[in-house]
Ligand binder design. Structure first.
Ligand code: SAM
Length: 242
């Protein structure tokens, strides 16, 4: 690794390397997320048929909810995360559900080297914002290199889509909404996200995706914050792995 390469294992903001954080992750997130509904929405929008033949790579898989759902529909799942503690939770759940078509890999957006065949789908949920924008661009190019031509990048994250001048009111309201749903502890987590992590604006993200060889197929905004993008790999971007 170069001396100037971003250290993606050091965790900015919420420390997902902490086993305690990994242990409480699912119960905290279930207060405002529904894994099953999220996966059903993803599957219904996926512009592919014959799901049983497809391969999917989940970057920043966390405790494995999406990877485990995907393993029931797709042929093979590669699930990558920089946190060994989160991966341990994911492996435990996958074993409990007797899923044998998931490979869990301790690595990240900037370090994972995909040696198998390029995949049909790269999915990344609430993880890319852990990288500063320059490194998001590199991560997007690397994900392009892991996909088949015509393959789908599914990006689900906090990506600001409000007028920049409205930031104060929007962010206060966003945080208040989380406090009402998930309590004071999660309020602090969302404050940490805004302050110390690297969520960016939609127009920046869309510019980066285009420069990484992706064409947007559909966009699903929600509340000024959470966005889902389905993008198609339209161009081969050849970059050497580190
Ligand atoms: C908020 S959690 C999301 C987990 C899961 N995708 C979900 O939707 O619940 C963020 C995850 O991204 C992982 N992460 C952070 N930086 C990463 C990187 N550079 N490469 C891969 N994973 C990363 C963290 O370890 C953590 O598990």
């Amino acid at each position: 690794m170069n001396n100037w390469t971003y250290d993606e294992f050091k965790h900015c903001g919420v420390d997902y390397a902490d086993p305690e954080q990994a242990e409480i992750y699912d119960s905290r997130h279930q207060k405002f997320r529904n894994d099953e509904q999220e996966f059903a929405g993803f599957l219904s929008r996926m512009p592919f048929e014959h799901h049983q033949e497809l391969t999917l790579l989940d970057m920043g898989c966390g405790t494995g909810a999406a990877a485990i759902h995907a393993s029931k529909h797709f042929r093979m799942i590669y699930a990558v995360d920089v946190s060994e503690a989160m991966l341990q939770q994911a492996r435990r759940k996958a074993e409990r559900e007797q899923r044998s078509n998931i490979e869990f890999i301790h690595s990240g957006f900037l370090s994972y080297e995909h040696r198998a065949e390029p995949v049909d789908i790269v999915s990344t949920k609430v993880a890319l914002h852990h990288l500063p924008d320059f490194w998001k661009q590199i991560a997007l190019m690397r994900m392009n290199a892991m996909l088949k031509m015509g393959g789908i990048l599914y990006l689900h994250d906090v990506i600001f889509h409000f007028r920049p001048a409205e930031y104060q009111r929007k962010i206060d309201r966003f945080i208040a909404g989380f406090e009402a749903h998930a309590g004071k502890l999660f309020k602090a987590e969302v404050e940490t996200h805004i302050r110390d992590e690297f969520s960016t604006f939609d127009w920046i993200m869309e510019g980066m995706m285009a420069r990484a060889g992706f064409e947007v197929v559909s966009i699903h905004p929600s509340d000024g914050f959470v966005m889902e993008y389905f993008c198609r790999k339209a161009e081969e971007i050849s970059i050497p792995y580190f």
